[in-house]
Each structure stands twice: as structure tokens, then as C-alpha cells.
Design a protein around this ligand. Structure first.
Ligand code: GLU
Length: 428
């Protein structure tokens, strides 16, 4: 098992704040829907947030204090759901934004969850497995009061993996006196993980990317793609795109980027990255001088699959792709969205494009609740059906309302969350 490295923030600039971007998108949807300022404020503000100290005894015996957060954005539609991120770039505002995007994502693909996100600010690449285990267990204990299979269900995100989920599940279970398989998703198969979960986000990205290519009348055999990020989303997205016949000509990770206009052998690149820890230096490609040049490559499809804010007002005018499919959460700022829309680039938003991960997390939770396991084929078929249906609905809303796919998706999701809130009524 390997931990996915946390990509550092790329080109976001010191002033970048994903929460500002998430609220701008929300304000836009609220205006289109004609909702009140009160509704905006309620949806712009997390329902519950917990910041915890995570004291860690390092392997050398010294104690270091880390800071962790868990933010539950909205629980009108069900228990909250969302990943846990281990990264030096974690901030409370970032976690708030990611939690809000989870609420919209779950609503858009119609799974019965609200949104949440967690983070611990540290770089797991500089810590031993034992230290990471101690961080995970202490963080889990600290947030126990707001965790649970019917309360809030974490999953992997940047810097965390199935092993981290196993430790979380074990810590929660030992402390509650019974084994609770449904408290986290993205677990190892041996512990009730779902078949197909590991590649679910990437598989969803590729379903949507292929649907978008068809929508634009681009033949996949004649299409080129660049993928930013070679972690748990980008790597398998690149593999699946190339298996589908798309020529993936450029790939980057947090340390560098490579290109080959004849098409990269992605499976060989994955082996090289696994062995050397980076994509740079791959024999079957040339290294880019600057990692982020990949974003401006002349390709049909660009898949940003790293972190927030990589396409922003400083650089979006340089994007030459015809289609952007967001594998990451929040990779395009609202200013960049506008620039891309003006140049005719179709942006398929994160809450649609990368929803495959949480969809299969939902399947994993349903299987844990039923104590009945589905076949890989069943998981794949149900994922495909969900992604296809969400894609069609967003395309239809964008067409009838003459708005971008981002606006259409956000509007549909916000409407679903607001309707649940209104149906429940305001207590007291
Ligand atoms: N971290 C993933 C996301 O951002 C998955 C969340 C989940 O499965 O709960 O969508």
C-alpha cells in the first residue's frame, strides 16, 4: 500500500481562498433560484465544525502538536459524508469549502447525505507509518463525538488511503464496544470495503469525460488529453482514458510533468512513478521545464486532478483545451470559469465529474448496513447509471436555462438541499 502524496497548492497565490470561491458559486445559484439572503447565509455557513489538537509522539520520542478539523456543512438530506485530507496546506477555510462542495455533490447525484470534510495539517510524506497511524487514531478519538455510521462518515482524500480508513474504523469500533463497518468508506476489501471503490472517482471522471467528448462531437480516437495530478484520481483517470482510446500526451504530479505528443504509455509511466516516486525522468517522455506548463498544452481535454484553484484569473486565458473535466475539487476559480466560458471551453464541474468516489462510498455504506456484498460488475453498472443520469440532467438544465454546466449543477444541487431544509421546517 502506498500513500498518495499531497500535491502542493499550485499557482493559487497567497490570497487564494477556496471558501470564497465556493461561496461565490453558491451566491450565484441562490440568485438564479431567487432564494432569500437568509437561505444564502444558512447554506454558506457550516452547520457544525470541530477543531482539535492532535498531539503526536514522534518516533524519536519528542511530542509534536498537529491541528485537525472536521466540518459538517449540511445535514438536511442525511448523515454527513466526505473525505479526510492529510496535507500541509489544510486550513479551516479549505475544509469548509470542501465540505460545502460535498453537500452539493451528494445532492446532485442523489445520494442521501449532507457534506462534510476533515483535515489534519501535516505532510504524511515526512512521517513514518507508525506516526501516521498515531495521528489517525488520536484525530479519530478527538472527533468521535460527531462521528458515526448515521452521523458522519469519512473516506479517503489527499494524503489518506484505505489503511488510514481501517485505523479510523478500528479506533471508532474499539471505543464504542462493537465493530462499526459503516463508520468510514474506502476501507480495505478485507474489512468490508467495496469492490470498485479504489478506482471509482477516476472511473466516474472518465465516464463523464467520454460523455462530454461525444457531446462535443469529438471522436475519442482522435482526441488528446493532459492530466494534472498522478495520485488516486489522476493516475487511474489517465489509465482509463488511454484504455478508452484517448491519447494522453501530458501528465504531472506535485514535483514535475512529462509529455510525449505521440501519447504516453500510461501503465509504464505508472510503474516508473511507483518505483521512483515521481513522473519526471520517465524514459518514454520529455520533462516539461515548468510543471504547470501542462495546463496550457494544446490538447482537447484537460483533467485537473490535483488541488483547488489551479485554474485562476492569472492563467485561465492560457488554457487551450476545448474541454476541462474537473477530477479535483474546486480546481477552477469563478474568475477562471468566466474566462473559460468566454473562450468557448466547456467546463464539466467537479461536483458532477468527480462524484464517482462518493457514489461508490455510498454503495459501500449500503453494503455495510445490509451486511451483503455486491459483485464488481454490479458496482460498476450502478456507478455508470448514476453518472450517466447526473450527466444528462445537468446537460438538460444547462441547455434549457442557457447557463454553464457549473451553474446548472450547482443550481440543481442547491435546490435539492434547500427543498429538504424547507420540507423539514425550521426548528423551533
Ligand atoms: N474525497 C472524495 C471526494 O472528494 C470522496 C468522499 C467520500 O467518498 O465520502 O469526493
Amino acid at each position: 500500500m502506498t500513500l498518495t502524496p499531497a500535491p502542493s497548492a499550485i499557482g493559487t497565490g497567497a490570497a487564494a481562498n477556496p471558501l470564497h470561491d465556493a461561496r461565490t458559486q453558491l451566491a450565484d445559484a441562490v440568485a438564479l433560484l431567487g432564494y432569500s439572503d437568509g437561505m444564502y447565509s444558512m447554506l454558506a455557513t457550516p452547520r457544525r465544525e470541530l477543531t482539535v489538537s492532535v498531539p503526536l509522539r514522534r518516533d524519536d520520542g519528542l511530542v509534536e502538536l498537529l491541528i485537525g478539523h472536521r466540518v459538517q456543512h449540511n445535514m438536511s438530506r442525511g448523515p454527513t459524508k466526505g473525505g479526510l485530507r492529510f496535507s500541509p496546506d489544510v486550513t479551516l477555510d479549505e475544509v469548509r469549502a470542501l465540505a460545502m462542495w460535498m453537500s452539493w455533490k451528494c445532492a446532485l447525484v442523489d445520494i442521501p447525505y449532507g457534506g462534510a470534510k476533515g483535515g489534519v495539517r501535516f505532510d504524511p510524506r515526512s512521517y513514518s507509518r507508525g506516526e501516521i497511524q498515531r495521528v489517525t487514531r488520536r484525530y479519530t478519538s478527538e472527533i468521535m463525538p460527531i462521528l458515526g455510521p448515521a452521523t458522519d462518515i469519512p473516506a479517503p482524500d489527499i494524503g489518506t488511503d484505505d489503511q488510514v480508513m481501517a485505523w479510523m474504523m478500528d479506533t471508532y469500533s474499539v471505543n464504542s464496544g462493537h465493530t462499526a463497518l459503516g463508520v468510514v468508506t474506502g476501507k480495505p476489501l478485507a474489512l468490508g470495503g467495496s469492490k470498485g471503490r479504489a478506482i471509482a472517482t477516476s472511473a466516474g471522471v472518465v465516464h463523464v469525460a467520454l460523455a462530454a467528448l461525444d457531446h462535443l462531437d469529438l471522436k475519442r480516437e482522435r482526441t488528446t488529453a493532459a492530466v494534472q495530478g498522478f495520485g488516486k484520481v489522476g493516475r487511474d483517470a489517465a489509465v482509463l482514458l488511454s484504455r478508452a482510446g484517448v491519447r494522453v500526451v501530458a501528465v504531472s504530479d506535485r514535483d514535475g510533468a512529462v509529455h510525449n505528443s505521440a501519447g504516453l504509455d500510461i501503465e509504464a509511466l505508472a510503474r516508473h512513478a511507483e518505483a521512483s516516486g515521481a513522473v519526471a525522468g520517465f524514459a518514454g517522455a520529455d520533462d516539461y521545464e515548468h510543471r504547470d506548463d501542462l495546463l496550457f498544452e494544446e490538447v482537447d481535454l484537460l483533467v485537473p486532478a490535483a488541488v483547488e484553484g489551479v485554474l485562476n484569473k492569472e492563467n485561465a486565458h492560457r488554457v487551450r483545451a476545448r474541454l476541462v473535466v474537473e477530477g479535483a475539487n474546486g480546481p477552477t476559480t469563478p474568475e477562471a470559469d468566466e474566462l473559460l466560458e468566454n473562450t468557448g471551453c466547456l467546463v464539466v464541474p467537479d461536483i458532477l465529474a468527480n462524484a464517482g468516489g462518493v457514489v461508490v462510498s455510498y454503495f459501500e455504506w449500503v453494503q455495510a448496513n445490509q451486511a451483503y456484498w455486491w459483485s464488481e460488475r454490479e458496482v460498476e453498472a450502478r456507478l455508470r447509471e448514476r453518472m450517466q443520469s447526473a450527466w444528462e440532467q445537468v446537460v438538460e438544465t444547462a441547455r434549457t436555462r442557457r447557463i454553464s454546466m457549473r451553474r446548472a449543477a450547482t443550481l440543481m444541487a442547491v435546490e435539492a438541499v434547500a427543498s429538504a431544509h424547507v420540507a423539514r421546517g425550521l426548528y423551533p
